[in-house]
Ligand binder design. Structure first.
Ligand code: NDP
Ligand code: OXD
Length: 313
């Protein structure tokens, strides 16, 4: 079995080492040195150059090394083979940690507390109970639903929005445009875990921010985005923070990554920035997920996590 690998900016030797360990029968070839293209069975990709995929005539499947797949679905002339994304406990646990951490940081005024500490100033900032917060999650798929469950365990009141109707115990669910409108009006902390598709691009904009609840415990709504940078209009976030339409934000993803040094986001009050690390794909855990899928496919069993190309995720 021959596997093509591309992962721009990632630790390639770590991926090769884990693939060799978990799939010793496979020969791994880097995308810039593929040899005979007819021989490639599977491709594993993360951003960077994916144009080579269309040159592989006998490809059986393309695996994203992460949960996001927009870099593949937006690639023209991709071969007509299954695109498979990562669904795995390790990735999901990491995303849950980021969501819970950032909800709590805003809820418990962590930035203000750290500022007081640096000034050696003793002041007790009053805060509300978790059950006083309404957290709305945009995208209650694999990651959104798992994060919702963790937030519920802490006592937050959680609702979720998806494209298709959903039922999830203890979670108020909404779908479609009317559902979004309704959920926003009852949301104090908005968590975005949507994929980037033509439908979701720019969804986090001023018009949406103005629809969020204004009567929550923080005196204004807060947004968290770990979905994709293209979901957010950064100029609108800047305006919303400066004008008090948003009381705070946590952003892990950006319109342009790395975030340019002159972005006004760096200096905004009550805004927490992380460099696209909410849920990194750990080489061992991710390789294990992918190798499981390859083994299923080789055994003639259906793979899981196949992307709906029409929907774009
Ligand atoms: P899923 O496909 O499991 O979930 C996506 C959710 O978004 C689904 O609930 C889906 O609705 C909903 N959705 C998609 N389009 C729309 C729409 N137009 N309107 C309303 N709802 C919509 O994906 P995951 O949970 O596994 O991952 C989500 C995203 O998280 C990834 O695509 C990636 O961009 C991002 N991510 C970011 C990471 C980071 O480190 N920052 C790490 C990993 C992922 P429905 O259920 O009806 O299909
Ligand atoms: C992913 C990511 O999509 O890390 O998995 O962004």
């Amino acid at each position: 079995m021959k596997i093509a690998l591309t992962a721009k900016g990632w630790d390639i030797p770590a991926w090769i080492e884990n693939l060799n360990k978990l799939l010793p029968e496979a020969e791994i070839r880097l995308s810039d040195d593929l040899g005979n293209l007819d021989e490639i069975d599977y491709a594993l990709a993360w951003k960077g150059d994916t144009a080579f995929l269309k040159e592989l005539p006998n490809l059986k499947a393309i695996f994203s090394l992460g949960a996001g797949v927009e870099f593949l679905t937006q690639e023209p002339n991709l071969p007509d083979v299954p695109i498979v994304r990562v669904i795995g406990d390790d990735l999901t646990a990491r995303m849950c940690e980021w969501v819970v951490l950032n909800c709590l940081m805003h809820h418990r005024h962590s930035l203000r507390s750290l500022d007081l500490q640096t000034r050696k100033h003793w002041d007790q900032i009053p805060d509300a109970a978790a059950e006083e917060f309404r957290v709305g999650i945009l995208g209650i798929g694999v990651l959104g639903l798992a994060a919702a469950r963790k937030l519920q365990m802490l006592g937050y009141r959680v609702s979720g929005w998806s494209r298709s109707p959903k039922k999830a115990e203890g979670i108020k669910t909404y779908h479609g445009a009317a559902g979004l409108e309704a959920m926003l009006g009852e949301t104090d902390i908005l968590v975005s875990l949507l994929p980037h598709t033509p439908e979701t691009e720019g969804i986090l904009n001023l018009e949406l921010f103005r629809k969020l609840a204004k009567d929550g415990p923080l005196g204004g709504p807060v947004i968290l985005n770990a979905g994709r940078g293209k979901l957010q209009v950064e100029a609108d976030i800047v305006t919303a923070i400066r004008e008090g339409i948003l009381a705070g934000a946590s952003l892990d993803v950006f319109e342009q990554e790395p975030l340019p040094a002159d972005s006004p986001l760096w200096d905004l009050p009550n805004v927490i920035l992380t460099p696209h690390i909410a849920a990194v794909s750990a080489p061992y855990a991710t390789t294990k997920c992918i190798v499981d899928q390859i083994r299923r496919n080789e055994a003639g069993e259906p793979m899981t996590g196949i992307v709906d190309r029409g929907a774009g995720y």
